[in-house]
Design a protein around this ligand. Structure first.
Ligand SMILES: NC(=O)c1ccc[n+]([C@@H]2O[C@H](COP(=O)([O-])OP(=O)(O)OC[C@H]3O[C@@H](n4cnc5c(N)ncnc54)[C@H](OP(=O)(O)O)[C@@H]3O)[C@@H](O)[C@H]2O)c1
Length: 332
């Protein structure tokens, strides 16, 4: 497994991390088996993954609690990231989404983050978070200056409660505003070979300012594994329902890609999932992209981890980029 540093924080992580959104279950992903989730987090570490990402919003605390249970007695073996800025227990904030009869609101104020941080520490059973990420940015109807959010995060860092600061779902303006207020070490963005827009906007800025670009949903929530064919049953929670590649008009494009890349899979002795993870890790400046891939079974993590050990030749990276762009553009 390749290793890398998170921004300028000095924190070293595996190039591939394990994301615990699906571990939260609920209508986003459908029910998860908690014992299997814990086994998966442990298996990830055995296989060389030391980075675990969760968030309070994943299963309304459930994902963090499972992460806390899994890390009991092993906290030092993992680099743990969680998030802040989404509340479901207060009225103050901008509407983010409605899920299972619960309204999630964006609130990145210092006062709200102070409450959230203590709750996350408790659920995770730890006294520090390695990377604390602002999940979603504030909206005009409940504006919070990024300087206020960063003020709180910098203080939490000074107190030793967090070690590095991240921001998620940002645009270039947000990115620059974070940098004006202090040290930003990571951004976490939706990015896959079939959805490259965020890279086009932010790779160059990350390179220039020494910030890690962490991709989320690199497998398009499973669609890009090439395992699903038209008509196959899919455990379709809300998260997958938001992915256009599962739609009958688009899924055949993925099947075509998997057929086209069969020789590449043979060449590298790997699966399409491995190829996609390896390709994603090779983006940006070649060493500043971290791949955060979700898994909730040991079988999934055992496959996904292999992508973090494959170095693709540059000609193959380019071929895959062109093939993927063609599919992405045709589906716009
Ligand atoms: N900051 C944000 O706003 C944000 C948003 C989304 C995600 N994230 C983070 O990024 C992580 C990854 O993103 P993601 O979970 O949305 O998408 P993803 O990594 O593209 O897909 C993960 C899902 O794909 C399926 N899968 C994984 N490995 C597989 C394999 N080898 N074979 C077949 N299916 C496989 C699993 O779904 P099933 O178990 O249902 O089969 C898994 O839960 C999340 O867990 C979370 O930590 C952050």
């Amino acid at each position: 497994m390749k290793q890398m540093y998170i921004g300028k924080s000095g924190i070293q992580v595996s190039a591939v991390g394990i994301g615990a959104w699906a571990i939260g279950g609920d209508s986003s992903w459908g029910p998860s088996d908690d014992s299997e989730s814990i086994r998966t987090i442990h298996r990830a570490r055995e296989l060389g993954i030391n980075l675990l990402d969760t968030a309070p919003a994943y299963g309304l605390g459930h994902s963090e609690e499972i992460a806390g249970t899994a890390l009991k007695g092993r906290r030092g073996d993992y680099i743990l990231s969680t998030k802040c800025g989404l509340r479901w227990d207060i009225e103050e904030g901008s509407f983010h989404m409605e899920r299972d009869g619960i309204t999630l609101r964006r609130n990145t104020s210092a006062a709200s983050l102070a409450v959230e941080l203590e709750r996350s520490l408790k659920r995770l059973g730890t006294d520090y978070i390695d990377i604390y990420i602002v999940h979603w940015q504030s909206l005009p109807d409940f504006p919070v200056p990024i300087s206020e959010t960063m003020g709180f995060l910098l203080k939490a860092k000074e107190e030793g409660k967090i070690r590095a600061i991240g921001a998620s779902n940002v645009n270039a303006d947000n990115f620059r505003e974070y940098l004006r207020s202090g040290q930003l070490d990571l951004i976490q963005e939706k990015y896959s070979m079939l959805d490259q827009a965020k890279g086009d906007e932010l790779f160059e800025l990350c390179d220039r300012h020494g910030v890690t670009f962490q991709c989320y949903s690199p497998l398009e929530r499973g669609a890009l594994t090439g395992k699903y064919k038209t008509g196959d049953p899919v455990n379709m929670g809300r998260a997958k329902a938001g992915i256009k590649w599962y739609k009958p008009e688009f899924l055949p494009r993925i099947t075509e890609l998997s057929e086209k890349w069969a020789p590449l899979c043979k060449k590298y002795g790997c699966t399409m999932t491995n190829l996609v993870v390896a390709w994603t890790a090779a983006q940006g400046n070649g060493s500043n992209v971290n791949v955060m891939v979700g898994a909730r079974t040991t079988a999934q993590i055992e496959e996904n981890v292999k992508g973090g050990g494959i170095t693709l030749e540059s000609a193959d990276i380019e071929t895959m980029r062109k093939d993927a762009r063609a599919v992405e553009n045709a589906a716009k």
